[in-house]
Design a protein around this ligand. Sequence first.
Ligand code: FES
Length: 83
Amino acid sequence: MEKKNEIVICLGSSCFARGNKATLKTIQKYIDDHHLREKVYFHGGHCFGRCAEGPTVTVNGKIFTGVDEYNILDILNSELSEY
Ligand code: FES
């Protein structure tokens, strides 16, 4: 089955050092807790060129800035399509 959702977490040094290290773990846990491994393509990306507004994460092509390990949960809850 084709994965419906794509999450890309910026692993550029700025975002990674400023919080995406923890956010990565939170997203992974969310995917596991909701049994979404087959439905979500989650991977890391290079710098999105928005370091000043980071940490950044994209969900289905939409970029989110100022992401942290807490607000990512609201983002995932509202942005992931039906699964
Ligand atoms: S390091 Fe993440 S946008 Fe540049």
